[in-house]
Design a protein around this ligand. Structure first.
Ligand code: ZN
Length: 511
């Protein structure tokens, strides 16, 4: 297979350039002094442009044609046929986007990220408004490289969550929303659970040490990863041997850094679990934003906020924070980490209201791209929508439109739907894991995570991007994406916590 081998050499060079850009971005978000920003923007832009030029060159296309012939008799799920098929899909997308646009976007991202790190604490939306206007323009120009779409967001959604469109996401979200809103209403009509046991002073070093202990038990490999501090936690992959996570710590909240660590470790377990034979190819990463997020949410919530998990870890947490947690019963603590409230910040939101935050952002993205909403009105519209959806006044932009890094470090469009797709899929995958291995909840109570981790590796992680999200979901769960397991999970957990009555449950199809 001469062409196949040549293609792999070429893809490895493209991958080297992209991963080198990722190292620079990681550095910018962790250790780089502010003075490095202008040059850093240029450097990542140069690497991204070179990677894009190399990948979209006519020679890559020629090799793809030749390898298609070489691999045509191989099975669909063979590594070789999969590599050619997936690379062809990415190539078809990439060749339609000029390298100059890729580089311009990359340079703009670095500038706008840096400005956001200053603007958010200063509560200064005005200073980033022109940058956000430019982001919107670049996002539109990116989408317009793919004429023939039904909605201008479609190409952008397709990059992150292949197979989804604005219309299909809207339909899915409308159904989910009609089932979630009554649950939120029922829960918030009960007395608010007491979260005060969490909101105590807790030194950063102890918080971080505890989180690292937990993710070591999950199976995160520190020989192939590390954790550093940042503004907005993320996970990044430089190679199969170097899969990093970041977090931030608030010393007035015992579990804030912990849940962000569990979340990012879920992303990292996925990346560490990809078959190392895919190294240096487009198969060597998670398959979609939604599937990626399903893994972070699975470890953060279905595992990390479960009663069984805390039966095992709460005594250890009490040992780490004796002054704060002595005399606080497990039950009180469990209720505190699962308290539901209408809050302002997406990343701090509980499992039940979280998706309302995502839907708000998704709708605003569509309105911005359609030209229905101007950036100059965004902060105001954000506040109005939060009041309407969550019944909370937004005191300032720091807790409003400036809270998420995404629009300041990437495009507008196709960015947020993956979070809710991830929540839905986390329950659907976990259901499949329990069907295959009903002992998993018992293992979790004993602090044994290898059975769950092993199942996820075997069924999801090792495949990397070999299968599209719809293909993977079907293979793993036997059905297409469905919201029922997620709604069953939420009801099963929150019904007893809040004493909900069966008649308060919204049945399917009654909006
Ligand atoms: Zn995530």
């Amino acid at each position: 297979m001469k062409a196949y081998d040549a293609l792999k050499v070429r893809l490895l060079e493209v991958d080297d350039l992209n991963r080198a850009a990722a190292v620079l971005q990681w550095d910018q978000a962790t250790y780089m002094p502010p003075g490095g920003a202008p040059a850093r923007g240029r450097q990542t832009a140069t690497l991204s442009r070179l990677a894009h030029e190399q990948f979209t060159a006519a020679e890559t296309g020629r090799l793809l044609d030749a390898t298609a012939k070489e691999t045509e008799s191989l099975p669909f799920d063979s590594d070789e046929a999969s590599l050619v098929r997936v690379t062809r899909r990415y190539w078809d997308l990439a060749v339609r986007r000029p390298s100059s646009l890729v580089a311009e976007f990359q340079a703009h991202e670095a500038e706008s990220y840096q400005a956001w790190t200053v603007a958010r604490p200063a509560n200064d939306f005005a200073s980033v408004r022109p940058l956000l206007e430019k982001t919107l323009e670049l996002s539109r120009r990116t989408a317009e490289c793919y004429p023939g779409y039904d909605h201008i967001a479609d190409p952008l959604i397709d990059f992150s969550d292949y197979g989804m469109k604005a219309a299909s996401v809207r339909k899915l979200f409308a159904e989910l929303r009609s089932r979630l809103v009554p649950m939120v209403r029922a829960i918030t009509s009960r007395p608010v659970a007491d979260g005060s046991c969490l909101l105590q002073h807790a030194p950063a070093a102890e918080q971080l040490a505890f989180g690292l202990d937990v993710i070591r038990c999950f199976g995160y490999d520190f020989e192939r990863g590390r954790q550093d501090l940042t503004h907005h936690p993320f996970q990044t992959t430089f190679s199969s041997g170097d899969v990093r996570i970041t977090t931030r710590v608030r010393e007035d909240d015992i579990t804030d850094a912990l849940f962000s660590t569990l979340h990012e470790s879920g992303h990292a377990l996925y990346e560490q679990g990809v078959d190392p034979r895919f190294e240096g190819t487009p198969l060597a990463h998670g398959t979609s934003a939604g599937v990626h997020e399903s893994q972070s949410r699975l470890w953060e919530n279905l595992v990390g906020r479960s009663r069984g998990f805390w039966e095992h870890f709460y005594p250890r947490l009490q040992e780490s924070f004796p002054a704060q947690l002595k005399g606080i019963a497990l039950d009180t603590f469990y209720r505190a980490v699962n308290r539901v409230e209408r809050s302002l910040i997406r990343v701090d939101a509980d499992e039940v209201t979280y998706n309302l935050h995502v839907m708000l952002r998704f709708d605003l993205e569509l309105d911005l791209l359609e030209g229905k909403l101007a950036v100059k009105d965004l902060a105001r519209v954000w506040r109005e929508r939060v009041e309407a959806d969550l019944g909370r006044p937004v005191p300032d932009d720091r807790n409003g439109v400036l809270q998420d890094v995404h629009w300041f470090a990437g495009r507008i469009g196709g960015v947020f739907q993956g979070y809710t797709l991830g929540n839905i899929l986390s329950a659907q995958f976990y259901d499949a894991a329990l069907r295959a291995n009903p002992g998993i909840p018992g293992d979790i109570c004993r602090g044994e995570f290898a059975p769950l981790h092993g199942w996820l590796k075997e069924n999801i992680y090792r495949h990397g991007a070999k299968f599209t999200a719809p293909e993977l979901v079907k293979r793993v769960t036997g059905s297409d994406l469905t919201i029922e397991p997620y709604l069953d999970y939420l009801w099963g957990k929150y019904q007893p916590l809040y004493g909900l009555r069966e008649e308060e449950r919204q049945p399917a199809g009654v909006a």
